[in-house]
Each structure stands twice: as C-alpha cells, then as structure tokens.
Design a binder for this molecule. Structure first.
Ligand code: HEC
Ligand code: HEC
Length: 281
C-alpha cells in the first residue's frame, strides 16, 4: 500500500511538472537573488570589507552597468594605480591629494576629472556622464563607498588605505538590503530594478541620468523610427537589442544588451507601456 502511494505521488509529480512546463511555455529566466548582504555589526576584517565592496560594485552600486568591457566607461581595475597621474594632470579640477581621495571624489563628484574621451558629448571632456553615486537611484552610504574604494585599491594591487568602519556605522546602512530580487509590480519599480534610471530620464524616474535618450520623449516618435515597425515593436527591440538602431547623438555599445535574459515578460511589457506613455503609475 505504502509502495503504491509512493508510485502514485511520483507519477502525479511528473505529470504536473510536465503540464506546468507546456502550459506556460519556456521557463523564464529569473535573475539570481543577490548575495545576502554582509552584516557589518561588530568586528569586520579588511578582507570582509573588500568583499563587501566587490558585491556593491557588481550589484547595488550598478558600477558594472557602465564600467564593463563594452568600453563606454574606463575599466577600473587599474584606477588605483593611475590615480597619482590623474592628480598631476593640468585638467584635474578637484581637491583630492591621495589615491583614496581621488577614487572617492570620482564617485561623488565625477566631473572633477573627466577621463579623456569619456566626457558627455559636446562638452570636450569637461562634464562626466557618470551620476553622483551617493545620491538618487544608487544612493550609496559612506560605509558602502568606503568598501568600494577598498575593493578598487585591492584589485589595483595597491595598498588599501581605507579605514575599517566602526561597528555602529556599518550596521544601519547595509541591513536594510532586500534579501532577494522581486518581480517588479509596476514600471517605476522595473526602471529602478534594471538600472534604466542610471542612464535615462522618464516622468516615472525621480532622478535619472542622461547617458541615454530621455525615455519620456521616445514614445511620441517611436512609430516613425524604423520602416515597418510600430512604436511598440520599435521600443521592444530597443530594449532587447539596443544596437539594432542607435539613437542620434548617442553611442552604440553603451546600453547593456542582456536585459532580455533578466526580465520577465510582464516587466518588459510594463516598461514598454510606460515608454509608449500608456501608464501613469
Ligand atoms: C552611468 C554610467 C556609470 C555608472 C553607473 C558608474 N560610472 Fe564611474 N564613470 C563613468 C564614466 C563614463 C567615467 C569616465 C568619465 C569620468 O572620468 O568621469 C567614469 C569614471 C569613474 C572613475 C574615474 C576613473 C579614472 O580612470 O580616473 C571612477 C573611480 C569611477 N567611475 C567609479 C565608479 C564606481 C565605483 C561606480 C559604482 C558605484 C561607478 N563609477 C558607476 C560612468 C559610470
Ligand atoms: C549604461 C547606460 C544604459 C542603461 C543602464 C540603459 N540604457 Fe537604454 N540606452 C542607452 C543609450 C546610450 C542609448 C542610445 C544608444 C542606442 O540607441 O542604443 C539607449 C537607448 C535606449 C532606447 C531607445 C531610445 C531611442 O530613442 O532610440 C530605449 C527604449 C532604452 N534605451 C530603454 C532602456 C531601458 C528600458 C533600460 C532598462 C531596462 C535601459 N534603457 C538601460 C543607455 C542605457
């Protein structure tokens, strides 16, 4: 009897699993939950602080959205090594005197020094397209910024000069981290979840960036941009395959091209609707 029950249960599982698969089509690729944030309570070693910096660099800080092999922002593996040269450059306008201060300043006041060739178009490398990462959508705390600097000094093979945070300073800032990625419930959440707000503006985005076109203006002309494409189809393609059409005045290979593998269908649809101007929440 027990044996029979087991067989029945097993068969049901197989049938349900198969039915689930065919009913809903191909399984969606849901992004991996981010690593649980290290709690900075009590004592923390420099190795842990550097590891936290790496996590922030690749995750919450959204640094790798721009600082990646696509080449639209300088790679940062060597920044700790080149910092002393930056400070000597006649174009340097900031107040930093050490590598640590230079990296800190680059994050909160990016235009103090603009790496040649990476400035905002038309500004002759005087204005950086990088947002102040202590504000707006990214909003890193001092402890988190310190962790990122420690990480960048460490990968650059230079001495880590950042001081470890005191237990109290760390506690508050990292514990509020959500432990897992939720499917966004509306377009506003989706814009922030995928980091669209670091490069784009839109009425649903509070403090957007301007490395890419203003998404509040794209809907109006989207239907005329590509022969035979409706506005909806044009926007969809622009998100899943950004290099198909390059918006005038902007560069190719800037926008990440892997959003299709990270978004659920509902998230993509909400974003498209918002850009079309069909959604107001
Ligand atoms: C929206 C794109 C974008 C994001 C997001 C971004 N950056 Fe940048 N960053 C740039 C660009 C472009 C430059 C080059 C222009 C300049 O010097 O400001 C730059 C320059 C820098 C520099 C100076 C590099 C050098 O060689 O002197 C540092 C340091 C830096 N970023 C750190 C960071 C960190 C850390 C993060 C994440 C917390 C981050 N950036 C997020 C675009 C971005
Ligand atoms: C690292 C910066 C960056 C991020 C992050 C980014 N984009 Fe872009 N995006 C750009 C740039 C630059 C362009 C213009 C070049 C091009 O057409 O590919 C662009 C173009 C577009 C366009 C086409 C605009 C037009 O007028 O042709 C759409 C739509 C768009 N992005 C939507 C999004 C959405 C939605 C997200 C988030 C899921 C996002 N982008 C994330 C930089 C970015």
């Amino acid at each position: 009897m027990g044996q029979l029950l087991k067989i029945v249960v097993f068969s049901l599982c197989v049938v349900c699993g198969f039915a689930g698969y065919t009913t809903f089509g191909l399984p969606l690729i849901i992004p991996e939950a981010p690593p649980v944030e290290e709690k900075l309570t009590g004592e923390i070693t420099m190795d842990q602080y550097i590891a936290l910096g790496k996590k922030i660099f690749e995750g919450k800080g959204t640094c790798t959205l721009c600082h990646n092999s696509l080449g639209r922002a300088p790679l940062l593996e060597q920044v700790a090594q080149v910092a002393p040269e930056r400070l000597k450059d006649p174009r340097y306008k900031g107040k930093a005197t050490t590598t640590e201060e230079y990296i800190h300043e680059s994050m909160v006041e990016p235009s103090a020094y603009v790496v040649a060739g990476f400035g905002k178009k038309g500004t002759n490398d005087t204005v950086s397209p990088m947002p102040n990462i202590s504000k707006g959508a990214i909003g890193l705390s001092d402890v988190e910024i310190g962790a990122v600097i420690a990480f960048l000094q460490d990968v650059g093979g230079t001495e880590v000069t950042v001081a470890l945070p005191s237990g109290d300073a760390g506690a508050g800032s990292t514990e509020e981290e959500p432990a897992e990625i939720k499917v966004a419930e509306n377009a506003k959440e989706a814009f922030s979840k995928f980091g669209c707000d670091t490069c784009h503006m839109h009425p649903l985005i509070e403090e957007g960036g301007d490395m890419g076109p203003d998404l509040g203006k794209v809907g109006a002309t989207a239907g005329t941009r590509k022969e035979g494409y409706s506005a909806e189809r044009f926007i969809r393609e622009s998100i899943v395959n950004p290099n198909a059409v390059i918006a005038e005045g902007f560069d190719a290979d800037t926008m990440p091209d892997d959003f299709a593998t990270q978004m659920t269908v509902s998230e993509l649809d909400m974003i498209i609707n918002a850009i079309l101007g069909n959604e107001s929440s």
